[in-house]
Design a protein around this ligand. Structure first.
Ligand code: ADP
Ligand code: GN1
Ligand code: MG
Length: 385
């Protein structure tokens, strides 16, 4: 890590009432958006306590104040709910306050403000980029279902949009078309095949957003970024401990979370894989995730949501392909890319499009399984207040 980064992190630590001496700073490279550091503090009695320091990506989250207030409110609500249920196993992310009682802080470099926040480190836990066990897939599905369940009474109007129209698939598609027309990086000619595929699928993009707008499905407080590695799993028991990465918690559809969850957890390869022969949908992982998710949500999900669950997997995967492709066309300004991979975002889009094909091949089975799984869980799971 550069000396400059180390100095910045040490400066941030001094803003907080964190005991001890910093003995280690580690860069965590997981995640496409923020910069995450794990710091180890040695306290006077020799005990070592760890914290997460995150530099907020202000190109993505343009209003850190809104973002952090959402997170503060949501984590407080989760803590309260877990306490009310006497749940000592699962945790909510715990935000640290600065010495001035603020929920985030900033430092000024080159006349720019760099915004940071600090969380307690969740110990003895691990997050997975790629899931290869049915048990793990079930628990990740359960974690995101449980997350929505805990937030069922959270007042939606307390949440501000951190990224407007985040899962508005038609708007994402229109943006790609506009950026292709501008073609400011002269890359459009490279993506004819990918664009044709996306164009051929355009009729499905409005399915979820229109169902929401026309009130055929309910607005809910959703996570909106239900990637497998956004759940911390207990290293010993493999139980889920906490859902993290709360930057995009906003009003949305359950289908955004379910679709993105299957896209990520049931894929046979990570999003960065370039050997497309390795990219597929593992049906056992799909079943397990669906089972885990519905074990938490079946008592409050609506029949229209159930009907659209299968389709949501395809739509959210296509949406991410559009987003990766659009970022490639715009010159890689949104997702972090590997400096050694000039076509990283294009490769990610190709990976997601291959996944779409695999999802489509199995659509009949997917829909049948979801329906049966729903019927199995309906009425069985915890009744919600
Ligand atoms: P990004 O928005 O960039 O994806 P995340 O908030 O998901 O950032 O964090 C990136 C990674 O850092 C996670 O996948 C997880 O491995 C680790 N991490 C984040 N928060 C914690 C925490 N409180 N305790 C332990 N590890 C964490
Ligand atoms: C980003 O932050 P991270 O890495 O968990 C992105 C998601 C994408 C994902 C694809 C705020 O998630 O929407 O699905 O990359 N988050 C944001 O890997 O854009
Ligand atoms: Mg993340």
């Amino acid at each position: 890590m550069s000396e400059e980064t180390t100095n910045k992190i040490e400066k941030i630590i001094r803003n907080y009432d964190i005991k001890g001496r910093c003995i280690d700073i580690e860069d965590n490279h997981t995640g496409n958006i923020n910069n995450t550091y794990v710091i180890s503090m040695q306290e006077d009695d020799g005990q070592i306590r760890r914290y997460i320091i995150q530099k907020i990506n202000t190109a993505v989250f343009t209003d850190p104040n809104i973002l952090m207030h959402n997170i503060d409110n949501v984590t407080k609500h989760l803590e309260k709910e877990l306490m009310a249920m006497n749940d000592n196993v699962h945790k909510a992310l715990h935000l640290r306050k600065t010495k001035g009682d603020d929920i985030y802080c900033y430092i000024i470099t080159d006349e720019e403000r760099d915004y940071y926040r600090v969380y307690d480190f969740i110990e003895n836990a691990k997050s997975y980029d790629i899931v290869n066990s049915v048990d793990l897939a079930y628990k990740i599905g359960q974690a995101f279902g449980n997350f929505q369940m805990l937030l069922r009474d959270f007042p939606m109007d307390c949440l501000e949009e951190t990224i407007p129209d985040f899962h508005d698939t038609p708007k994402r598609y229109i943006k790609l078309q506009k950026d292709l027309r501008r073609d400011f990086k002269r890359r459009a000619r490279e993506i004819t095949y990918e664009y044709d595929f996306i164009y051929e699928h355009k009729d499905c993009y409005e399915t979820i957003i229109n169902a929401l707008k026309e009130n055929r499905i309910p607005w809910r407080v959703t996570h909106n970024d239900t990637k497998a590695n956004n759940v911390m799993m207990d290293k010993d028991t493999n139980e889920f401990l906490a859902v993290i990465d709360l930057d995009t918690v906003m009003p949305g559809s359950l289908l955004f979370d379910y679709g993105d969850g299957i896209r990520s957890t049931a894929a046979t390869a990570f999003e960065n894989e370039t050997d497309l022969n390795k990219v597929g949908l593992n049906l056992e992982l799909f079943e397990a995730y669906t089972d885990g998710f519905l074990s938490e949500m079946a008592s409050c999900i609506t029949e229209e949501e159930v009907r659209l669950m299968g389709e949501s997997i395809k739509i959210i995967t296509l949406e991410l392909a559009i987003r990766f492709l659009d970022d490639y066309i715009c010159g890689d300004i949104y997702f972090k890319v590997d400096a050694k991979r000039p076509k990283h975002n294009l490769e990610r889009a190709q990976n997601q499009l291959k996944l779409v094909k695999e999802i489509e091949k199995n659509m009949t089975y997917i829909n049948e399984y979801i329906n049966n799984c729903y019927l199995k869980h309906k009425g069985k799971c915890r009744q919600l207040s």
